[in-house]
Design a protein around this ligand. Structure first.
Ligand code: GRG
Length: 303
């Protein structure tokens, strides 16, 4: 099966299993709604692809009861990163933030349930993500220090100097004439940090300490390319294709790569970063083609 499609089934199965640990039925339902929709699963797939790049190909079919404990830990971390991403989307869609009605082709979490439940499901997803990762450290099922290091990278990226800090900067700059540097700093923290941490954590869990720096470089380039693509698609795509409203950046008076640099320059920078991402992947002696294939699919994404 082509990469990254073979990661889909194990990821969805394990996400479902982890969410099912919640004993509060409504909370479980809303968390499942937020995380199990038609997302691209880019971040968890990057984590698994980075893991395979250094550890070799894994049969994730039987995860989480995987024969190799390292791969079971990797699947849990991949799910944790998707839970963090899903929480950020549920909170970002709230009336107090972007106030969006559609996400992943269906009503946003607060539209389908209530604002209170969307907030709490987000809180639940974030804390469950940390619990799932910390449990792997606590159980000592894998190399304990390595697992703790991967947890540190992921949660730091999601935190105050990563995604949350980036979101605050994004919101406080709405309607203001920001310059290119400020926009790049927002993108780096809001979108880039979690993508970078997925690659770093995958390499760490796979035992590839020598590859961490290269993964960081790849994540930064890929994260910026991902966001520029998002800005371009927000103008050129359709609501049906994206599964969320187009033009939401304009609605929220947000500066984007396109509004600051223009469409032609955005497309040129996107092409340059894509090329750079491929060159960085070539620096890594990947044991499988998963990472290269996934970078290629991420770059060619149309939604
Ligand atoms: C609320 C703390 C907090 C943070 C929100 C992720 C985020 C920060 C906001 C989302 C706003 C946005 C459109 C960002 C652009 C890039 C991005 C993260 C797009 C959505 O990610 P995809 O395309 O979505 O991977 P799917 O649905 O495929 O998982």
């Amino acid at each position: 099966m082509p990469i990254p499609d073979r990661f889909n089934e194990p990821l969805n199965r394990q996400l479902q299993a982890l969410i099912s640990e919640c004993e509060e039925p409504l909370l479980m339902e809303v968390m499942a709604y937020a995380v199990l929709g038609e997302g691209k699963r880019i971040r968890p797939k990057l984590l698994l692809a980075a893991y395979e790049a250094v550890a070799g190909e894994v049969d994730f079919t039987n995860a989480p009861v995987a024969t190799c404990t390292g791969s079971a830990t990797a699947i849990d971390f991949a799910c944790a990163i998707e839970m963090i991403h899903a929480y950020s989307l549920a909170h970002d869609d709230l009336p107090a933030m972007d106030n969006d009605d559609m996400r992943r082709g269906r009503p946003t979490c607060h539209k389908a349930y209530t604002e209170a439940m969307a907030i709490l499901a987000g809180d639940g997803l974030l804390s469950l993500a940390v619990e799932v990762m910390a449990r792997r450290v606590h159980e000592g099922t894998h190399e304990q220090a390595r697992t703790a290091q991967a947890l540190y990278y992921v949660i730091k990226a999601a935190g105050v100097n990563g995604m949350v800090g980036g979101q605050v900067s994004d919101i406080t700059n709405e309607g203001k004439p920001i310059n290119a540097e400020t926009l790049a700093a927002i993108h780096r923290r809001k979108t880039g940090c979690l993508i970078t941490a997925a690659l770093e954590a995958g390499a760490i869990l796979g035992g590839g300490m020598a590859e961490i720096q290269t993964m960081t470089k790849l994540g930064q380039v890929l994260g910026l390319a991902f966001q520029i693509r998002d800005d371009i698609l927000d103008v050129t795509s359709t609501t049906e294709n994206l599964g969320k409203p187009i033009g939401s950046d304009t609605k929220n008076q947000k500066a984007t790569y396109v509004t600051i640099h223009g469409m032609a320059a955005a497309e040129a920078e996107y092409a340059r970063l894509s090329h750079e991402a491929f060159n960085i992947v070539k620096e890594i002696e990947c044991k499988t083609s998963a990472l290269r294939d996934l970078v290629s699919q991420t770059i060619k994404r149309t939604k």
